[in-house]
Ligand binder design. Structure first.
Ligand SMILES: NC(=O)c1ccc[n+]([C@@H]2O[C@H](COP(=O)([O-])OP(=O)(O)OC[C@H]3O[C@@H](n4cnc5c(N)ncnc54)[C@H](OP(=O)(O)O)[C@@H]3O)[C@@H](O)[C@H]2O)c1
Length: 317
């Protein structure tokens, strides 16, 4: 590799999308336990604009300049001395940790964050998968312990995480109920939901009850109203912080709030499901690396079906 400089998108201050800066920096040095990925596509997640605006407590002033992005699909350029599991030239996808941004021509990853990407889809669709799919997988199975025959309500079934969750839950043999806007009902049904509730219409708590699991991607009032639709001993899993313990006791249910973690091992299982045609990633819109601000604005504006992805990064001028 002759390239010594690379483009990446960073913030030097918190604010609106105007603070996103396409910077030129040296291609990072590799440690013995790391992998250098040539990024072809990177997806955009709500956490990105939460960090950018200064609304994400884990990223403070002391971490500026901060490199954006957690998802990547690309080609392994080089591997550190201690890496045996991944080789240069491998096409992998990954969710990075908080220390390296993927809106970049190259990103450093740990080998155990990477998995061989699904071969039946392109880099753009592969990049749409990691954070959203790992969040859904860990929420439903590691935390929610969802199993065959159980009934689950997924709030926000059309979004980045929700559209993955609906497909995973259906694949696991659960009875899947999801909430979505009216314009997304057919989309969520096609993903495999047994029932889709238009959340602008009748309140979901008047339509369902005695559920085993509620998977909450919305928070606030939606989460508060979810306690009463669980059976005693059921579980409310949320991506938006810890649900109320007091309410959990009142309703006799369990609650968990969690943050998704990188996992190459789970991404390998998810890649198999994608290549078997069991799960697909839906892209709402693609942008180029230099359009990262427009991409974040598009996601932040809301009402999305699936994911926003930065594409053709390897050919950024
Ligand atoms: N803890 C973690 O590790 C973790 C990981 C990933 C994501 N998250 C968080 O989880 C949330 C969801 O992430 P995402 O990537 O799926 O977001 P997203 O792609 O923006 O999807 C949100 C979806 O929810 C729909 N929606 C909005 N209000 C709703 C309501 N009251 N009931 C049902 N659906 C509603 C939206 O469409 P309409 O507005 O058109 O209905 C959209 O389809 C975000 O807040 C994100 O930050 C946390």
């Amino acid at each position: 590799m002759n390239q010594t400089q690379m483009k990446l998108v960073r913030i030097h201050a918190f604010g609106d999308s105007n603070v996103l800066s396409l910077d030129s920096v040296p291609v990072p040095e590799l440690r013995d336990d790391e992998v250098l990925l040539r990024v072809h596509a990177a997806s955009v997640n709500p956490v990105d604009f939460k960090i950018r605006s200064g609304g994400y407590p884990q990223v403070g002033e002391s971490q500026l300049p901060y490199a954006m992005g957690r998802d990547a699909s690309g080609v392994v350029q080089r591997v550190g001395k201690n890496i045996g599991s991944v080789q240069a030239g491998a096409e992998v996808y990954a969710m990075s940790d908080m220390t390296h941004g993927t809106y970049a021509e190259y990103v450093i990853l740990k080998a155990d964050q990477c998995a061989v990407r699904p071969t039946s889809i392109d880099h753009a669709h592969a990049a749409a998968v990691p954070l959203a799919a790992l969040t859904a997988w860990q929420g439903l199975f590691d935390h929610g312990e969802l199993s065959n025959g159980q009934r689950v309500l997924i709030h926000g079934g059309a979004g980045g995480v929700g559209h993955m969750a609906v497909q995973f839950a259906r694949h696991a043999g659960a009875h899947v109920i999801a909430t979505a806007s009216a314009h997304d009902i057919d989309f969520v049904r096609e993903l495999g939901a047994d029932e889709v509730i238009d959340y602008h219409g009748e309140p979901f708590e008047q339509l369902v009850k005695n559920l085993d699991v509620v998977y909450d991607l919305i928070g606030g009032d939606t989460r508060d109203r979810s306690f009463k639709v669980l059976r005693r001993g059921g579980i409310l899993v949320s991506t938006l912080g810890e649900p109320s313990r007091e309410k959990a006791d009142e309703y006799g249910v369990r609650v968990v709030g969690y943050k998704a973690k990188p996992s190459g091992e789970q991404l390998t299982r998810i890649a198999a499901l994608i290549d078997e045609g069991e799960v697909r990633a839906h892209i709402a819109k693609t942008f180029r690396l230099e359009e990262a601000a427009a991409a974040q604005d598009f996601l932040e504006k809301g009402h999305l079906r699936g994911k926003v992805v930065l594409v053709d990064i390897a050919s950024t001028p």
